[in-house]
Design a protein around this ligand. Structure first.
Ligand SMILES: Cc1cc2nc3c(=O)[nH]c(=O)nc-3n(C[C@H](O)[C@H](O)[C@H](O)COP(=O)(O)OP(=O)(O)OC[C@H]3O[C@@H](n4cnc5c(N)ncnc54)[C@H](O)[C@@H]3O)c2cc1C
Length: 434
C-alpha cells in the first residue's frame, strides 16, 4: 500500500496508524486539533477531562505495539495498580480481590500524549492539521479524502489506498457515504441519559495500598450514584460520580463533595472528606449508546474502514471505549495480514470488528436495559441473561475464581460467552448454594 489516510488523531486513529505503519509506505493522520497544547482537554475529545480507565487488554495491545510505553508512563507519574490495590464494589458491597488484575492510573491526556508521540515516531507516519470534509470516490472504491487544512479555507484532496474513519462518536461518515452514492450502515441507539462528573483531589497519606476503587450501583439496588477513584500522575486522586436521568450530577463543587462524601463505599467517602478538591468539577452527558451495523450492508466501497467510536460507543462506566478502539485496530492488522485485496470492500474486517462490538455492547447494555428510563431494544433471551447475570454477579462477591473470570471478560481479554459455559454456570450454582 502506498498511502493510508487516517481521519482523527485520537486513540482509535493512533492505534490504526500504528498498525498501518507496517503495511503502508506512508500513513497520514488528519486531525483538526492543535495537539502540542498542554491543555488537559482538547475540543475534539471533550471527554478527556473524565476518568479514563485503561483495561488490561488495552494496556497489553499498547505495550505490544509501543514497547516500553508502560514504563514511560510510570516515569511520568502514572500509577500501575495490581491485585489488592484495586477494589470493586457493587451496591455498596465489596467483592473478593483478584491478585492477577492490573491496570494503570493516569489521566487521558497523559496517555494520549505519549501514545501519539510514539506512533508519530514510527516510520512513514505523519500528522496533517485539518478537518476531513468528504470522501473522494471512483467507481466502487474510495480513493481519498477532501479536507480543509487548519490555516486555510481552501479544501484539498489527499489520495489514499485506504481511508480510515477514526473521527469518533460524532462521525459524519453516514453523510459522506450518502453524498458519494452509498447507503450508510444502520445506526442503532439505546437511550442512556448518563451524567458524569469528575474532579481531582490532592492525595496525601490516606488509603495506603489502594490505587483504584470502582463502585457500581445497579438499577435494582438501593443507591443511585456510581463512583470510581483512581490514583493518577501528580499525586492526585481522580474521582468520578455518575448517575442517570434526573440524578445526573452538575458542576457544583458542594454537590459533588456531598454526594461523594455520602458514598456507601468507604474509600470514596474518605477521599471526599479528607482530601482537597483541586480545580473545577467537569461534567459530561451521554445521551445514548450507539453502534453501526456495517455487516448488514450489501454494498460498501472498497478502500474504506471505520474504527473506534465511529463504529460503536457505549456506556463508559465499564471503561471499554479505548480498549475497543485498540481491538478494532488489531482487527485491521489481522485483516491486512491476511492479504485481503484493497480493491474489495473490507467485509472480513467488519466481521471481525462485529465480534468486538457485540461483546462490548452486550456487557454494557445488559445492566442499562434494566434502568427505568431505558425502553429497549431488548435482545432475544434478555430476561434469562439478566437473571443469570444477577446470579453470576452475586457469586463474584465471594468466589475469587468466578470474579477473576468475570474481570477477564470485563477487561476484554475473554469473550463474554465464557461466562455462560456449563462449567461456569455450575460453579455459580455451587457458590450460591454453598
Ligand atoms: C464520560 C466518558 C468517560 C469515558 N471513560 C472511559 C474509560 O474509562 N475508559 C475507556 O477506555 N474509554 C472511556 N470512554 C470512551 C473513550 O473516550 C472513547 O471510546 C475513545 O476516546 C474513542 O476514541 P476515538 O479515537 O474513536 O474517538 P475520540 O477519542 O472521540 O476522537 C475523535 C477524533 O477525531 C477528530 N475529528 C473529529 N472530526 C474530524 C474530522 N472531520 N476530520 C478529522 N478528524 C476529526 C477529533 O478531533 C478527535 O481527535 C469514555 C467516554 C466518555 C464520554
Amino acid at each position: 500500500m502506498r498511502r493510508a489516510v487516517v481521519l482523527g488523531g485520537s486513540i482509535a486513529g493512533l492505534g490504526a496508524a500504528r498498525v498501518l505503519s507496517e503495511h503502508a509506505d506512508e500513513v497520514v493522520i488528519v486531525e483538526p486539533d492543535e495537539l502540542s497544547a498542554s491543555s488537559p482537554v482538547r475540543p475534539g475529545v471533550p471527554q478527556g477531562s473524565q476518568v479514563h480507565a485503561v483495561l488490561s487488554m488495552g494496556s497489553d495491545l499498547l505495550e505490544r505495539w509501543l514497547p516500553g510505553l508502560t514504563d514511560e508512563l510510570a516515569a511520568e507519574g502514572a500509577i500501575p495498580g495490581y491485585g489488592d490495590r484495586i477494589e470493586h464494589y457493587v451496591d455498596g458491597v465489596r467483592k473478593v480481590g483478584v491478585p492477577s488484575e492490573y491496570t494503570i492510573g493516569l489521566t487521558r491526556p497523559l496517555l494520549e500524549t505519549h501514545v501519539r508521540r510514539r506512533v508519530l515516531a514510527a516510520e512513514g507516519v505523519r500528522l496533517v492539521r485539518g478537518r476531513a470534509l468528504a470522501l473522494v470516490a471512483e467507481g466502487e472504491r474510495v480513493t481519498g479524502v477532501e479536507y480543509v487544512p487548519h490555516d486555510t479555507q481552501e479544501p484539498r484532496t489527499l489520495a489514499a489506498d485506504l481511508v480510515v474513519d477514526a473521527t469518533g462518536r460524532g462521525t459524519r461518515l453516514d453523510r459522506w457515504l450518502s453524498a458519494a452514492g452509498w447507503t450508510p450502515p444502520a445506526l442503532e441507539r439505546m437511550n442512556l441519559q448518563l451524567g458524569y462528573a469528575t474532579a481531582l483531589f490532592k492525595s496525601g497519606e490516606e488509603l495506603p495500598g489502594l490505587n483504584v476503587v470502582q463502585a457500581i450501583s445497579t438499577p435494582q439496588g438501593p443507591y443511585r450514584d456510581s463512583f470510581a477513584a483512581v490514583r493518577v500522575e501528580g499525586r492526585r486522586w481522580m474521582v468520578v460520580l455518575s448517575a442517570y436521568g434526573e440524578d445526573r450530577p452538575t458542576r457544583d463543587r458542594e454537590e459533588f463533595l456531598r454526594r461523594c462524601g455520602a458514598a456507601p463505599v468507604p474509600p470514596i467517602a474518605e477521599i471526599a472528606q479528607q482530601c482537597t478538591l483541586e480545580g473545577e468539577v467537569a461534567t459530561y452527558t451521554m445521551a445514548d449508546s450507539r453502534r453501526r451495523h456495517f455487516t448488514a450492508l450489501s454494498r460498501f466501497p472498497a478502500g474504506l474502514v471505520a474504527v473506534g467510536d465511529a463504529v460503536a460507543s457505549f456506556n463508559p462506566v465499564y471503561g471499554q471505549g479505548m480498549t475497543s478502539a485498540l481491538l478494532h485496530a488489531s482487527c485491521l492488522s489481522a485483516h491486512l495480514r491476511s492479504g485481503a485485496p484493497l480493491n474489495e470492500p473490507a467485509w472480513d474486517y467488519f466481521r471481525r470488528v462485529q465480534v468486538i462490538v457485540d461483546a462490548a455492547w452486550g456487557i454494557s447494555t445488559l445492566l442499562d436495559l434494566a434502568l427505568p428510563h431505558v425502553d429497549g431494544p431488548y435482545p432475544r433471551g434478555y430476561r434469562f441473561a439478566r437473571w443469570y447475570s444477577e446470579q453470576l454477579g452475586r457469586a463474584t462477591f465471594t468466589d475469587p475464581g468466578l470474579h477473576r473470570l468475570f474481570l477477564e471478560v470485563a477487561h476484554m481479554r475473554k469473550h463474554p460467552r465464557v461466562l455462560s459455559r456449563p462449567a461456569t454456570m455450575l460453579a455459580v450454582a455451587r457458590t450460591l448454594l454453598g
